[in-house]
Design a protein around this ligand. Structure first.
Ligand code: ADP
Ligand code: MG
Length: 489
């Protein structure tokens, strides 16, 4: 395609989105996609990565396929495109009824944007249909998921490789993420079969998110602090916790204190999760008490506070989670609570789940004998995630290979947790310490930095928001009943 002038590109931006100018990074990435190159774009949370795939297709024609890790994220992106007036968009996911799914599959060639999950993409009739479309380019959103284990481990992400290899002429691939270590970038290149991709890597700093670390004695002190702080601080906010139980418990305490709050975790029903997310997005809920199952890629511009009850097991995850604050560019605050026992708990939580070599061999043997891995895993006392990861590597590389992979994972996780412990316990500017872990430096000058550099009193002394005076929220079941017109007695 002949090169398009800056003026033409800006005009297109205006026509499609109404924005007047590109944000840092967007234009280069868009030009790289237009030039037909494989591209990796690492831009901070809220930088506007979606635009990088939304715009080029208006010049290339054809269809864009976006592989997205979470249903909720997919729904959010589809809704946003539709609000912007885009009609030819479809989400191919497990929310569809069989009838809806075949209707979408029949009409695939009519869509400009097709969102799907790696799991759906790997279904044979879907993968073949998608491969036969005139795809302008393929997008991997939140591409760091390719390189993760644990809650996020998705064998089908790794299988994208085979799917991509099946093209006689593969369309260019665009990988988008906010945080990527060198290892993650290597994995992205490898599993997405990229050919010398163009890389646009921006520092992950979010100058409008001030950072605070508060040392507390133990979990009880944390609970007290959270209740005190949240009953006087304005949201919207997300409180990240490490377990489903604690999410429920704290949400209950906050509601009792008159705060419109709800829990969100992977143990909840899909409909309940969607409802909570929706209520938070439209401002009916002010606080979400969530495990890491909440928030990836969700575009709620006015989140003012992020509180971590405990540090997540990696700096990349921490950056992702605090990055959900202040996407509108306004001043926001991220607080990490830290007590001395957190270090041991973090090591325990994330390493306990990893199967040891004996467990891997046991699983391999059972699988060899035709037993489903889930069943064998349960007998061996392994978590669902552990089984998913181990079974994938056993199938790929045999028992020894898989045991080796598990050891590599354990070593990597220990290193990452060690980094977070040093970060939480260290001295000096918190922002510099955090960015150091990514080999980056703070980008802003005049910023409200962190509790080590000193935070202004007015940022910390927020008034209770007016919204609190609303009547308490209905509970989910009641709301669902109302929505669907079931009479409540
Ligand atoms: P992320 O990089 O985290 O994926 P999104 O693509 O969700 O970020 O975009 C965050 C917000 O920024 C959205 O509301 C989007 O409409 C807005 N945005 C994106 N590009 C621009 C731009 N050039 N000018 C103004 N706002 C923009
Ligand atoms: Mg995004």
């Amino acid at each position: 395609m002949e090169t398009i002038s800056q003026e033409q590109l800006t005009q297109l931006l205006k026509r499609i989105t109404g924005y007047n100018s590109f944000r840092p990074g967007q234009e280069e990435v868009i030009r790289s996609v237009l030039a037909g190159r494989d591209t990796i774009a690492v831009l901070p949370t809220g930088a506007g990565k979606s635009l990088c795939y939304q715009l080029p297709v208006h010049l290339t024609g054809g269809t864009v396929l976006i592989v997205s890790p979470l249903l909720s994220l997919m729904e959010d992106q589809v809704a946003q495109l539709k609000r912007e007036g885009e009609k030819s968009v479809a989400a191919l996911n497990s929310f569809l009824t069989p009838g809806e799914k075949s209707a979408v599959l029949r009409n695939l060639h009519q869509y400009r944007f097709i969102f799907t999950s790696p799991e759906m993409l790997m279904q044979r009739h879907v993968s073949e249909r998608l491969r036969s479309l005139r795809l302008a380019y393929i997008v991997a959103d939140e591409a760091h998921c390719i390189s993760q284990w644990g809650f996020d481990f998705r064998p089908d992400y790794l299988r994208l490789r085979e799917w991509l290899a099946g093209f006689s002429e593969r369309p260019p691939v665009l990988a988008l993420t906010a945080t990527a270590s060198d290892k993650a970038i290597g994995d992205i290149e490898n599993y997405l079969m990229m050919h010398s991709p163009a890389k646009y890597i921006h520092p992950p700093d979010r100058p409008n998110v001030a950072l605070q670390i508060i040392p507390l004695k133990d979990r009880e002190e944390k609970t007290e602090w959270i209740r005190r702080e949240i009953s006087r601080a304005s949201g919207p906010g997300i409180l990240y916790v490490q377990s489903r139980k604690r999410a429920e418990m704290l949400a209950g305490l906050l509601r009792a204190d008159g705060v419109p709050a709800a829990a969100f975790h992977a143990g909840m029903e899909k409909d309940d999760r969607m409802l909570v997310q929706q209520q938070f997005l439209n401002g009916e809920l002010e606080w979400i008490c969530a495990t890491n199952a909440f928030g990836m890629g969700i575009n709620k511009p006015d989140v003012r506070r992020i509180i971590h009850d405990q540090f997540p097991p990696s700096a990349a995850q921490y950056i992702q989670e605090i990055g959900r604050a202040g996407r509108d560019g306004k001043q926001s605050l991220a607080t990490l609570l830290y007590s001395p026992s957190d270090a041991d708990a973090a090591v325990f939580i994330s390493l306990d789940e990893l199967p040891d070599p004996a467990a891997v061999r046991f699983l391999a043997e059972c699988m060899n004998n035709g037993e489903p891995p889930e069943q064998a895993g349960e007998r061996a006392g392994l978590s669902e995630t552990a089984v998913r990861v181990a079974a994938y590597w056993i199938a790929e590389e045999g028992a020894d290979g898989a045991a080796g992979r598990m050891e590599e994972l354990a070593a990597g996780k220990s290193r990452e947790i060690g980094e977070m412990i040093r970060f939480a316990e260290g001295d000096g500017c918190i922002r510099e310490r955090l960015l150091n872990l990514f080999g980056a430096r703070p980008v802003g000058t005049d910023v409200v930095c962190c509790s080590a550099c000193g935070l202004p009193a007015d940022l910390l002394a927020n008034a209770v928001p007016a919204a609190r005076n609303r009547p308490a929220l209905l509970d989910w079941q009641e709301r669902i009943d109302r929505l669907f017109g079931v009479a409540s007695s």
